[in-house]
Write a new protein. Structure first.
Length: 41
């Protein structure tokens, strides 16, 4: 049996990687913009 991560679709992995990068970036935004962007994500 292979590694369980190998069974994860590439689109899910890419989305996770994107969110892992975007969420810390939101901390750099002004509070009102951070709330709006965070809510939409």
């Amino acid at each position: 049996m292979g590694n369980p991560k190998d069974a994860t679709p590439q689109a899910v992995v890419a989305c996770h990687d994107l969110l892992a990068w975007v969420i810390p970036q939101l901390d750099k935004f002004p509070r009102i913009r951070r709330f709006t962007l965070g809510e939409r994500i």
